[in-house]
Design a protein around this ligand. Sequence first.
Ligand code: PLP
Length: 422
Amino acid sequence: MTALWHPFADMADVQRDGEFVLSVGRGQFVFDAAGRKYLDMTAGLWFANVGHGRREIADAVAEQTAKLAAYSTFGDMANEPVLALAERVAAIAPMPAAKVFFTSGGSDAVDTAVKLVRRYWNLVGEPDRTTIITRERAYHGMHWGGTGLSGIEPNRAGHGDFGADAAHAPWNDASALADLIDERGANNVAAFFCEPIIGAGGVYSAGAAYLTKAREVCRERGVLWVSDEVITGFGRTGAWFASTRFDLDPDLMLTAKGLTSGYVPMGAVIASTQVAAPFFAPGAGAWRHGYTYSGHAVAAAAALVNLDIIEREGLVDRVAAMETVLERQLKPLVDHPMVTDVRSGVGLLGAVQLDPGSSTATAGRIARVLAGLRDRGVLSRGLVDGSLQISPPFVIEESDLEFFGKQCAGAMSAVLAAERNS
Ligand code: PLP
């Protein structure tokens, strides 16, 4: 019996089957408590971008912890690493003279953005702009605001009403987005929150043409564009941000995960000058929002070294180069009888869509495939649409991807054979 209450878990199953305990991480691999090695096909939860076990980050964390671990950044207070990090993040963001508001993670960034856009419209005299539009399949974290915005129905179900003034547009139709905004009345719509590539909803890219048109639809109607780059930020798509790659000119950009590669939790809301200006104007007063760990010094020190590593090792370009390699290695899986679709083509992001089957023999198929993969030394994860997540650390090699393809086909074939015999 465990005292640990796991997130996103069927705790009865965990109590029955026990826990899978990881002890060590090195590059694109992790090792369990018994020393068994696993290829990490998900970079933890889409975050270990520079790979596991970087001594350089550990040393920076130790040094900053001993020097000044943390202090409030409310009011006029700051610490050296957070000032350096804000400048650094602003310099790589695709928004000139951006301002950076730090959070403890991605869900904090989303809820900060919900409040920020509402407050923005209040400050500029359009307080009726309260509705936030997101997309079907969208994941925007698990805080109250972000759950209310979620386009993944099972994530909202069973909690009652979120009171969210939210509406969902189809995930891949910019004309439908325009219709929805017009139906609501553009003067009532605060912002469109968009994951440039849908992540937790199943890794779906609606393509550059969709993004360009959706951006235009929002611009024409004065609706703020919020790129949720918690997954796509800091190199995952082969550019610093998906907003850079797809030229999205965001009003706000939400980041976390890859900011520190997960070595220490941290997120950041990056604001354009237009959105920041009314908050910075004389007479605006204090925006009464912030977190105890906004601008945590140790997290900032980890982030700075993480960005050093990405730059020094050319990891953003590496991801761009690996995009076609990932496509090539995943492609053969589409011929497997258990696979209905393979998605890739934007950076180191992909998904293998499994046929869920429809008989009692096929129930729980994805869990058995994942268990088979684990037995074969590969860690992946089942996404809500029944696909396998692929988002490895940026240091993954082509031979690792080849290994994954073989093991995935093997695990699926073994599950099919067992189903036939049952
Ligand atoms: N937004 C997106 C697009 C995400 O994928 C996630 C997490 O996966 C979040 C927000 C929430 O981030 P966190 O889990 O760090 O709170």
